[in-house]
Design a protein around this ligand. Sequence first.
Ligand SMILES: Nc1ncnc2c1ncn2[C@@H]1O[C@H](COP(=O)(O)OP(=O)(O)O)[C@@H](O)[C@H]1O
Ligand SMILES: [Mg+2]
Length: 289
Amino acid sequence: MTEQHDETQERFPSRQRLNAENTQAQRAEGAQATDQPLSPAQAQATEPATPPRHEPEGDAELGQVIVKLDGVYKDFQQGSETIHALQPTDFQAREGEFIALIGPSGSGKSTMLTIIGGLQKPSGGTVQVGGQNLADLNESERAKVRLKTIGFVLQSSNLVPYLTVNEQLTLFDRAAKTRDTEGHTQADRDKLLASLGIEKLKDKHRSSLSGGEAQRAAIARALYGRPAVILADEPTASLDSKKAHEVAALLREQARAFNTCIIMVTHDERLINQVDTVYRMEDGVLQRS
Ligand SMILES: Nc1ncnc2c1ncn2[C@@H]1O[C@H](COP(=O)(O)OP(=O)(O)O)[C@@H](O)[C@H]1O
Ligand SMILES: [Mg+2]
């Protein structure tokens, strides 16, 4: 069975089901649509003059929950001091949802992202990705989830220095043992690179790319395996604001086109108009805003 079929069966039905549960009219209203009626107390608490709040949880376009944290926290021991990098956190993200995670340096953003990606273990709580509890998996199973389900885009692009842009992608095929029948032909690679505007860089090595080019190549690599979840840690940090916007727009398109859940850590407030949901992190405390 090809990836395409997997997607059709696993992802699209959930979206269709959700759509069926919401009327066309609700969807047309977009920002006004909420999936649950307000309780009388909530309704009273709402100022009449306050415009309706955008509630992405009720967004009919989003699919099922793909990332779920329950009471997840992380402490680091530094000498006699305990650093509460991430306070107990509940969080969920849906298929097709583009999320910004904003907060000052040292607030715990990367800690949360790397825990979601299975790169480090929480001190407590449960992390589920694609319905699997990461703690139930052994290291090689977790590595498989990282490879097949999650795409990473890191701040300083995590490209292999001595490979060309095209080889960054074929390396994935070797690691994941995907075959051409799974939509990984050279034509597919060319198409992906073209969609990111870097087809001409195909045979260039990492070292000869500019910051913006390398970031696009890193995004191409993250998208290539069609992961259900993309974790992007300050993907626009090394870019000027025009390029940063372009990269955010690309990620947004990806979320829309492939129902990918994207969690983007940034401290760039200017990017938040591109995303569906904004979370803020301060001193290890996550808040939806
Ligand atoms: N491996 C580690 N050992 C000790 N402290 C750490 C470690 N990783 C992160 N921290 C601390 O946890 C807090 C949150 O860090 P981090 O998640 O990297 O923040 P952000 O990504 O928001 O800048 C900081 O105080 C940082 O110093
Ligand atoms: Mg960080």
